[in-house]
Design a protein around this ligand. Sequence first.
Ligand code: ADP
Ligand code: MG
Length: 641
Amino acid sequence: MQEEINEKSNYNACPCGCATRGGKGHSRGMGKLQLAIVGALFTINSYLMAEFFPTYEFAANLSAFIGAVILATPIIFEAIKDLYSGKLYMNELVAIAILAAFMGGSFQEAGIIGFFLLMTIIIESKTASGAQRSIEDLIKLTPDKVNRIIAGNEENINVSELSVGDIIRVRPGENFPVDGKIISGETTANQAPITGESIPVDKEINDEVFAGTQNLTGSVEIEVTKLGQETTLGKVQDMIMEAENIKSPIVRVIDKYASYYTPVILMLAAVTWIVFEDINRVITLFVIACPCAVVLATPTAIVAAVAASARLGILIKDIQNLELASKIKYIVFDKTGTLTKGILSVARLNPFEGHEPAELLLAAASVEQHSNHPTANALCELAKSAELSLNEISNFKEIHGKGVEGTVGNKRYLVGRLAWLNSLGLDIEDANRAEEDPDTHKMSLVYVAINDEIIGWVGFSDKVREETKGLLKELDDSNISYAMVTGDRTPVAMQIAKELGIEEVRSECLPEDKAAFVEDKKLSSIVAVVGDGVNDAPALAAGDLGIAMGAIGSDIAINSASIALMTNDLSRINLLIKLSKKSVFIINQNLIGGLIIVIMGICLSIFGVLTPIVGAILHSLSSVLVIFNSARLVRMGEEHS
Ligand code: ADP
Ligand code: MG
């Protein structure tokens, strides 16, 4: 695992070699640091000797020479390596600067320049591995060893030896090593590392648990469902890895023209030399021309932003989507499970004449036991608390956005919306009366039919999420428009829209109608779609940005969306937009700042305003400023987790 991470995390960024081998840099960075310190001591020593023992001039010079050689060697080494691999990259510029300082005979100066350049390389390689550190933190969340149960016996094995379907035991206080399903015992789990929400979650038989989360109170047996990179935690790791290799358009331009850039700088240097015959100007030019700050501008900011989003339980699947989120002008919300809690409760069982409530519930719950829809969950909950034993269902089928069907014995059961039953040719006279009854206008209705006869309806009620109003208000403040789409009945949709102050509403939509609405909005705006992945996958995929809620453990949601919120906390949408806007702002700030320093620096050094040492300090300073500027993003939204 460790190897793999190191392999992937090549920063491959700055032309002058700073921050490049970020991943493997740890031990090498230390070596460089020691060289920098020893070299600096020799250089300082030479200054002290020149000051206090002016007669020992040779010794002072020797000390300066040794210091400069120690400091210059690693830099020149990098440059030669680049030359060998055919990269006419800008490592060479810095190396030439140092060599020029040597030839100028000023070893003290060469030492000081070398020191700053080397320190820049060290500092940058340390922060460049920021992504790697986040990943290491994530890896620490999963234990190496695990207790597998085979034939009633526990054996302690490496997690890497597990396969899907194995049974393992996890005790209180241990972290779950893999994603799995509880098959025995019950417990609570702290899922904060993935969702950013620290309130413990109850877990009982058949509930899912997730790699990297902590088992708090009970000892449980788990069947392994996902391993390694397939787990939710693995996906978060992938996101962070990807972040590191992002380049901004401007860096791509530099990459493309890198083979021109070096010759241009060399020519500028030659002209400067011919016109002014001043080696100091040439050295300064070489030092300042290396655009480290520009190259670091984007990846440092993105890594910081992604670290923040991982902490907030926001999984950004393709890093380009982070930037896109800052441009959202229109949001289409699904209703059930998104604006509302989606935890329905059965408000009314209404059998038609000749049928009993218990019969209605038994029929509905029996078919719905195989569905994941909020109505299905509500029916099964009620059946469970009424201690009904459900019928076996065969030929189960779910028609998305319409309903479910199945057979019991030789009878066909249908449970779903009226328009669907109507389209199948059922008699809907009684049902129509229910639809029009104002008493039902606050309820979502689902009809139950046995053998083509509708035997009654079930009314459900849902609640608006507490945070929905707050979010919509913040969207108003940021001039982002929004609409609600739903498969639910018009009266219910209107009710909710009124409660929330939403003006644009589409009700009684099929999944493809939702997608068509999104396509239409896309003609005039950048559109994000927010849904829970139940019957809105086509709409999520149609949006410029698809944001899935409550995605932890839901593969459909994670797969159909471009950004997945691990929790059900709708207010994270606002955090996401803020984080995205701030990232874009900081990246631009970094790029502009970096470019100004390089361009001004080149001009100033040609006209002899800057000395080589000041040039080296400016070079380091600009890179360090970029790094600190980016680091501001890491703390975004800390108050929410
Ligand atoms: P929403 O857009 O509000 O999330 P859906 O598209 O999921 O709603 O569903 C639309 C309608 O289709 C529901 O109101 C319900 O009447 C019906 N429906 C969908 N799936 C099911 C199901 N599994 N059981 C019963 N009815 C269903
Ligand atoms: Mg829905």
